[in-house]
Design a protein around this ligand. Structure first.
Ligand SMILES: C[S@@+](CC[C@H](N)C(=O)[O-])C[C@H]1O[C@@H](n2cnc3c(N)ncnc32)[C@H](O)[C@@H]1O
Length: 387
C-alpha cells in the first residue's frame, strides 16, 4: 500500500481512501468511480427500504468491492444491517477494503478474495442482499447469484455494457444475454428489459422468480433492484412476462408480444414494412410505485450528496411506473414527418385532451410514454404544424 499516493474522498457519512489515479479506468490499482456516487446513494435508499419492508436484520454481500465503498457505506449508513461481506479478486483491493473498514471504525465486515461466482457458490443462502457491480457485463455472475440468493432477498445489478444491451453491437448481446437487441429511440429501456429477462430466465432454473422494484439507465450504466422470491408455480407464471418488442423503422410503430416461443408478425400492421424484433426480454413491470415512494421518503433520513439528482430520477421513475413499455421521441417523429417540433408541454396537453395517458420518462427528456399509437401522435403533430 505504501508505494501509492493516497486520495481520500467522502460519500454520505463515509470516508474512503484509495491510490490516486489520473483517469477512471479498470487499470487503476484500486477502482473508484466518482460518477457512480448516484448509483451508490440510490443503493443505500433501496436497501434501506428493503430492510424496513422485511423488518429484520439483513446481511449484505458486496461482490465486487474495489475500494470497499459500497459494503462500507451500507454498514455505516443503513439501519438494521448485520454482517457485510466484501469480496474482490484483487489482493490490493482487499488491503484497501480492510484499511477503509478501520478508517470508519466499523465492525462485522469481513473481506474475502475469491472469484465472484465461486464466492456466491460457497456462501449459498447467507445473504439478504447481493450487490453485483462488476466491470462491464454482470451476465457471467447471474447464474451463481440465482443459486446463492435466498427466498425474499434483494439483488442489485449494475451493467455498464450498454452498447451490447442497446444494440449498438448485436453479437455481444446475443452472446451475453441470449437475446437480440435493436437500436432505437428507446433502446435503453429495451436494454433494461433484456437484462431483466435474462435474470428472470436464469433464476427460474432454481425455481426463483423476480419482482423488479426500481430500474434506471443513467450515463454509461443500467441498474436494477430486484426482489427474489421462491416457488416453482410462481416462477412458471412469472415467465409469462417474457416476450418480444417489434419495431417498424419506417413508420416508428412498435408492439409487444408475450411468450418465449411465440409467433412474431413479420410486417408492420400500419405501413406493411418489415418489422425488427428485440428479445426475449422482460415485459412485466420495471418500476414499483410503493417501493419508489418509500425510497423518496428515505431521502429525508439519509445524508446523500446527490439528493437533488436522486429525487429527480426517482420522481420520474415513479411517474413511469404504470406507463406502457417503450416511449416515443418527439424529434424522431417530427423528423420523419418533416415538421418542426412544437413545445413539449403543448404536445402532452393535446395527447391528454384526446383521452390518452401521457407521461415523461427518465430515459429521454423528449420522450413520451403513452397509450396513444404512432398514428395518433403523427396526427397530433401534423395538426400543430398547420397552426
Ligand atoms: C467496477 S469495480 C467495483 C466498484 C465498486 N463496486 C464501487 O462501487 O466502487 C469491479 C471490481 O471487481 C473486481 N473483479 C474483477 N473480476 C472479478 C471477479 N471475477 N471476481 C471478483 N472480483 C472481480 C475488480 O478487482 C474491481 O475491483
Amino acid at each position: 500500500m505504501d508505494e501509492y499516493k493516497i486520495k481520500q474522498i467522502e460519500e454520505g457519512l463515509t470516508k474512503i481512501e484509495f491510490p490516486e489515479f489520473d483517469k477512471v479506468s479498470s487499470d487503476a490499482p484500486v477502482f473508484y468511480n466518482p460518477h457512480m456516487e448516484l448509483n451508490r446513494d440510490l443503493s443505500i435508499l433501496a436497501i434501506q427500504v428493503f430492510q424496513k419492508q422485511e423488518e429484520r436484520e439483513i446481511n449484505i454481500c458486496d461482490l465486487f468491492g474495489g475500494s470497499g465503498i459500497r459494503g462500507i457505506r451500507y454498514k455505516n449508513e443503513i439501519e438494521g444491517v448485520g454482517n457485510v461481506f466484501i469480496n474482490d479478486i484483487s489482493e490490493l483491493a482487499n488491503e484497501y477494503e480492510q484499511h477503509n473498514i478501520e478508517l470508519n471504525n466499523l465492525e462485522n465486515i469481513e473481506v474475502y478474495q475469491h472469484d465472484a461466482s465461486m464466492f456466491l457458490r460457497m456462501k449459498r443462502g447467507e445473504f439478504d442482499v447481493i450487490d453485483i457491480d462488476p466491470f462491464g457485463t454482470p451476465s457471467p455472475f447471474i447464474d451463481s447469484a440465482g443459486y446463492c440468493a435466498r427466498r425474499n432477498s434483494l439483488l442489485c445489478v449494475t451493467a455498464t455494457d450498454t452498447s451490447a444491451l442497446c444494440g449498438t453491437y448485436k453479437e455481444p448481446c446475443i452472446r451475453k444475454y441470449n437475446a437480440k437487441p435493436y437500436k432505437s429511440e428507446y433502446c435503453h429501456e429495451n436494454g433494461i428489459r433484456i437484462l431483466a429477462g435474462f435474470v428472470a430466465l436464469t433464476l427460474a432454473k432454481y425455481s426463483k422468480y423476480i419482482e423488479i422494484q426500481m430500474s434506471h439507465s443513467t450515463e454509461h450504466y443500467m441498474r436494477i433492484y430486484i426482489k427474489v422470491k421462491k416457488g416453482s408455480k410462481k416462477s412458471d407464471e412469472s415467465l409469462n412476462n417474457i416476450g418480444y418488442i417489434s419495431h417498424c423503422k419506417n413508420c416508428l410503430h412498435r408492439q409487444t408480444i408475450k411468450g418465449l416461443a411465440t409467433t412474431l408478425d413479420e410486417k408492420c400492421p400500419i405501413c406493411g414494412e418489415k418489422l425488427i424484433h428485440a428479445g426475449p426480454l422482460w415485459l412485466g413491470p420495471i418500476q414499483n410505485k410503493e417501493f419508489i415512494e418509500e425510497m423518496i421518503e428515505e431521502t429525508n433520513h439519509k445524508k446523500i450528496n446527490t439528493k437533488k439528482q436522486a429525487l429527480k430520477l426517482l420522481n420520474s421513475c415513479l411517474t413511469e411506473a404504470d406507463a406502457p413499455a417503450t416511449f416515443f421521441d418527439v424529434h424522431t417523429i417530427c423528423k420523419s414527418l418533416k415538421v418542426s417540433a412544437p413545445k413539449l408541454d403543448l404536445i402532452f396537453d393535446e395527447i391528454i385532451s384526446q383521452g390518452f395517458d401521457a407521461v415523461k420518462t427518465h430515459y429521454n427528456p423528449l420522450g413520451i410514454k403513452t397509450d396513444a399509437n404512432i398514428e395518433d401522435l403523427k396526427n397530433i403533430l401534423l395538426d400543430f404544424s398547420k397552426e
